[in-house]
Design a protein around this ligand. Sequence first.
Ligand code: SF4
Ligand code: SF4
Length: 189
Amino acid sequence: MKDAEPATLDQPRLVPGRACGTCMMCCKVPAIEEFGKPPGVWCRHAVSGKGCNIYPDRPQSCRAFYCLWMQDASFGPEWKPEKAKFVVYVQRNGANIQVAVDPSFSNAWIRPPYEARIRQWVADGAERGRFVFVRIGPRMIALLPGGDVDLGRVDPDDEIVVSRRPGPAGLVYDVEVKRRTAATPASLA
Ligand code: SF4
Ligand code: SF4
């Protein structure tokens, strides 16, 4: 839930007239790195029906965050996160799309009309290096042109790497999770 703020050079272009209103989904589904909030649980500063109780002092990642519903007029009212029960946003690499689903409604993204459009992003983006990931709490699913890959638990610090190689029927996509929190090898301990 964001109050109206003056535009700044860093602020993305928002759809005129579109506002968060009563939505607070981005206070639940993404991770907040500044205070280690895991994905899929309410931020401890979120107050139901009221918003953020540290609003003037909220971290930078909250100030900078705007979901695609706020930025893209092609998303109709059914895509507003508090209604859809998931938040669509561009990941930090500026290319990949994340569909961060409320774990209380884990199948929300496969309901019509959502899944068909999400699958279209997969089909249109892969050859250009733009991939789509569904996050449901700690769990991540990579939606690749050859099929979905359930990556299991992926922590916010982990890196997901998608690679392409030629196959007999076209490009083949592989996905790998590089764990940032991997145990220190015994030989280095
Ligand atoms: S998910 Fe989008 S609409 Fe909802 S509070 Fe966050 S930025 Fe606003
Ligand atoms: S600090 Fe405030 S704006 Fe940021 S996630 Fe928590 S409740 Fe939401």
